[in-house]
Design a protein around this ligand. Sequence first.
Ligand code: GLY
Length: 354
Amino acid sequence: MADLSVKIKQDEKSYPIIIKNEEITDLAEEILTFLKGKNYLAVISEKVEKLYGKALNIPKENKFILKDGEKEKNFKNFKKITDRALKMKLTRQDAILAIGGGVAGDLAGFVASTYMRGIDFIQVPTTLLACVDSSVGGKVAIDTDYGKNLVGAFYQPKIVFINPKFLKTLDERQFKTGLGEVVKYSFIEKSCRCEEELNLTNFLSEKSEEILSRNEKTLSKLIEICVKLKISVVEKDEKENGLRRILNFGHTYGHAIEKITKYKKYTHGEAIVEGMKFAFNLAVKRNLIDKNYKFLAEDVMKKYNFREIPQFNPEKMIELMQMDKKATQNSIVFILPTDYSAAEAFELKADEIF
Ligand code: GLY
């Protein structure tokens, strides 16, 4: 078990992150203990409800079952959940829970951030992607017709309960999409400025078989390393004014892949792995790193056997990257490797990219 915490400058925003490999029924009890005296609405992913509903044992009147898929992270569900909370007469003393992957977490978190101008929010991530990324750090949002996550907030949860037991039932692609983000941390580890040396690159090389066979102990450790790295970044830059940008390693090109394929063909993790490969090539071209590092990084990615993605029309990709939230009129922000396990943000002109 790991008992971590995020310490944000304003103390009331700090919160614990509990990583514990325990029976789901025991987790449910811990959540209830934390909620003691509060009324609550749990937004729970349909798949999680089917698999773990019985063990979680949340009364019908306290749950909102959310269909699975990114398309559910919309205004319509934002309104439905808010209406449910209003109908239940939740007050600011109560809480909203998210039990599921990033879609449930982002959507329920955004409702929590606006409900009565902010109600306690509890994250129970059930996918690897949500465990290592979206449940920690307070980014909550919904998608719009103009793009993903364009309406949202920075709203920190009160507590995060992570239990690797949920990962046993993830389908292979869902699991791999999380691994894409995990591998990302290994390429930015030094830049996360974590006091503890975690050496994720070694862990990923030495434990690949245990990770791929989802050994619960190994996954606990893996999640703990990633969460420590994320905490280190978020504590230093909650609102992405500087350091936090490194978490977008692989994302500039990766988001463009997701957009060009209409979010249908590749998962987020697959797209960002391709985005990281693109960033390594670009970094070699700009003499930021030597080729040996690029080959080593490619070997790590190969070990995890991510889906191959073809090249797309460069002009179209530039156009899409210029629509990125972080882009300005004249430049596109790219996170590029600068050394082993280190990366920095660069503002590049369109003609410097291909
Ligand atoms: N997913 C990137 C971040 O939390 O900043």
